[in-house]
Write a protein that binds this ligand. Structure first.
Ligand SMILES: [Ca+2]
Ligand SMILES: [Ca+2]
Length: 672
């Protein structure tokens, strides 16, 4: 793992490994994206009370062995939707740890754990952080009292294998402490930000291009054009991205990420590396999040050293709240959200924290756009790099007030792989998924049905994108106002896609197209003469190399760069381009896996291809996707004939040689 030689140091608290990566079948609806909990609650008495009430309600559900558990009434006192979701997620993790058991042992472990979390919220609110350790010790001493040996039912998730009452209480206690740490903001012990040395004046005189990367969060590739447009609202979902970027630049129709999860994807953008090289594999420590990120060498430091004025606005890596007010190296202007929420968050402006509340003008999408515009207006003749990172359309996808209801008439989206009926070809984690297909017209009152909740979420995603879209309009206008529009590469991209019920899976991280594909659109008037689409596979790791290429600089000697500059693609014409791509995933709710996507000729499987023209005459180019899981399961799809990945053909003996070669390619990519 990389060194932690950052300028500011994170707190030294030991972070407990907490990944309830239970592979056991789950029957619970996938209503929330619980891999993304990130300090979404403010530590106050109301939150403490809500945790206690919701824990009590969840305990009743355990006793009644309820399949679905409505905690909404218990959480009504918490204003933040993100915080309500975080509490629900953390209680669900606790339930998994006690295997949803209804024995007195499981109930006692669960009760003592949620009560500890509630108490911790109150302690932090009162400034009594130093008393948390005693609370935890007391909890651990008592929680196992109703248990025998072996603990019944056996514990799940990260506590699996803990069989004595003492071991169980110790493990559940540490897990509860870590859940609270994830949910509640930490206290940074970082030193105040230091002042960067001024950028050397090497690039200033050269007329080097400016760069603006606009990054959205959890946005699928197909949500810019009219695919998901509401009736009576003609044109694309994102009219300004379309008119200002698509209609002037290159739309990469095969945009993909190397890891379909927030923090790993963002780290890969900043360091031009696959996650196995950035070391940011997940959203949480120890193998993920901001604390695991080596920020000493990134596109920001490289461009700063090349004479660029650099600015960051919005959502940094998950867990940044534990590092704030630190400013990572390389950024001249720093405007990062401490809690990444739509309302009720702190914004770190160059080390000074300001709270934004719940007024319409506090809506974070608009505030971030304003910070970006201020940065652009501060143009001082030096080339600049602006990274504007918006929260939308991430759950809970709260739209700006002026956009509420714009997509209320949107029809439910039902692609061919929606709630895939026959999953006998799929790995065990998909076979274990359930999907409640009741739409909002048929979902019984008081229930939350997967289909209905997802349909509502899709509409909210489209609505929350509207403020991002208006921000793109304003950024382009600001670039024009300072006379730099022609000399600026603008990149629009998302960090991962979203499944919306394809293959019965709601969220992200999956090795299927819905999770991996993102919009990648580039406008650079100096190089791109007329708008066009390009179907080469372009990835998040390609962005930084593109900027370096245009800036005429490079990563330091010896640095591993995994991506490729897309400048040749922007220029157009005949281009040699890598015909394979890597995607990786670690832990969470689905098993660790990696995949390669590659074109091969129909019979000459040694020959890579992107189109039939690359194959000997008469052969056709077939795009294959091959997936390997830590479980030893594999998947193989012919994306030409099966673009919706409905039939895994890995078990077909006719594909054995092909599969072996794809496995070989995959293993080579994993070493790069
Ligand atoms: Ca994301
Ligand atoms: Ca199938």
């Amino acid at each position: 793992m990389n060194s932690r030689n950052r300028r500011c140091r994170p707190p030294t608290a030991v972070i407990v490994v907490l990944l309830a990566s239970s592979l056991a079948p789950r029957a619970r609806a996938q209503l929330l994206d619980c891999d993304d909990v990130d300090h979404e609650c403010t530590a106050n008495t109301a939150v403490g009370v809500a945790i206690k009430r919701a824990g009590g309600a969840a305990l009743e559900c355990l006793r009644e062995r309820a399949r679905s558990c409505d905690l909404d009434p218990s959480l009504a006192g918490v204003g933040s939707e993100e915080c309500r979701g975080a509490i629900e997620c953390q209680l669900a993790e606790l339930r998994d740890l006690v295997s949803n058991g209804s024995t007195s042992c499981a109930e006692r472990l669960f009760r003592d754990a949620y009560r500890f979390i509630a108490r911790k919220a109150t302690r932090l609110a009162r400034g009594e952080r130093d008393r948390v350790a005693d609370d935890l010790a007391r909890m651990k001493a008592r929680a196992g009292l109703r248990c025998g040996t072996p603990v019944n039912p056996p514990l799940g998730g990260s506590c699996r294998g803990k069989t004595t009452p003492a071991e169980a209480a110790e493990c559940i206690g540490d897990a509860a402490d870590a859940l609270a740490t994830d949910m509640l903001p930490g206290t940074s012990i970082c030193a105040p930000p230091s002042t960067l040395p001024p950028a050397p004046a090497v690039a200033s005189a050269s007329g080097a291009p400016n760069f603006v990367i606009i990054l959205s969060d959890d946005q699928r590739w197909d949500t810019v054009d009219a695919t998901h447009q509401a009736p009576g609202r003609p044109g694309p979902v994102m009219p300004y991205v379309t008119s200002e970027l698509v209609n002037h630049g290159v739309t990469f129709t095969n945009g993909q990420v190397s890891t379909a999860l927030c923090a790993p994807s963002r780290a890969s953008i900043l360091r031009a590396q696959y996650a196995h090289n950035t070391g940011v594999l997940e959203n949480k420590p120890p193998d993920g999040g901001a604390e695991a990120f080596d920020d000493t060498s990134t596109i920001a430091t490289w461009l700063h050293d090349a004479g660029y004025r650099t600015g960051f606005v919005g959502k940094y890596l998950n867990g940044y709240s534990r590092l704030s007010p630190c400013i990572p190296p390389g950024w001249d202007e720093w405007h990062a959200q401490v809690q990444v929420k739509y309302y009720d968050y702190d914004l770190n402006d160059n080390g000074v924290s300001t709270h934004f509340g719940r007024r319409p003008q506090d809506y974070s999408g608009d505030v971030m756009t304003q910070r970006a515009l201020t940065f652009i207006k501060g143009y001082d003749g030096r080339p600049f790099f602006l990274h504007l990172s918006q929260k939308a359309p991430h759950a809970p996808a709260i739209p700006a007030p002026r956009h509420v209801g714009l997509f209320s008439g949107l029809a439910p989206f039902r692609p061919p792989n929606y709630a895939e009926a026959d999953v006998s070809d799929k790995p065990a984690w998909v076979q274990a998924l359930t999907w409640d297909s009741h739409g909002c017209d048929t979902c019984p009152p008081g229930h939350k049905c997967d289909a209905c909740e997802t349909d509502k979420f899709v509409r909210l995603q489209m609505e929350s994108l509207q403020a991002v879209d208006e921000g793109v309009r304003d950024v382009v206008a600001a670039l024009a106002a300072i006379g730099q529009l022609h000399n600026t590469l603008i990149v629009y991209v998302s960090d991962n896609g979203y499944s919306w019920g394809s293959h019965r899976w709601k969220v992200k991280q999956c090795p299927y197209q819905e999770c991996m594909r993102v919009p990648i659109i580039m406008r650079y008037d100096s190089l791109v003469g007329s708008p066009r689409t390009d179907d080469h596979v372009v990835q998040n790791v390609d962005l930084a190399p593109t900027l370096l290429d245009l800036a005429g600089t490079s990563a330091p000697p010896g640095y591993t760069v995994n991506g490729h500059s897309v400048v040749p693609l922007l220029r157009g014409g005949s281009v040699e381009w890598p015909r394979m791509m890597l995607n990786e995933h670690w832990n969470g709710k689905l098993p660790t896996n990696s995949l390669v996507r590659q074109g091969r000729c129909s019979t000459t499987i040694d020959t890579q291809c992107k189109t039939d023209a690359h194959c000997p005459s008469g052969e056709s180019c077939i795009i294959w996707k091959y997936v390997e899981y830590v479980t030893t399961e594999t998947e193989l799809y012919d994306l030409n004939t099966d673009p919706f990945e409905l039939q895994n053909v890995a078990s077909d003996p006719a594909n054995a040689a092909l599969e072996a070669r794809l496995a070989d390619t995959l293993h080579r990519l994993e070493l790069q």
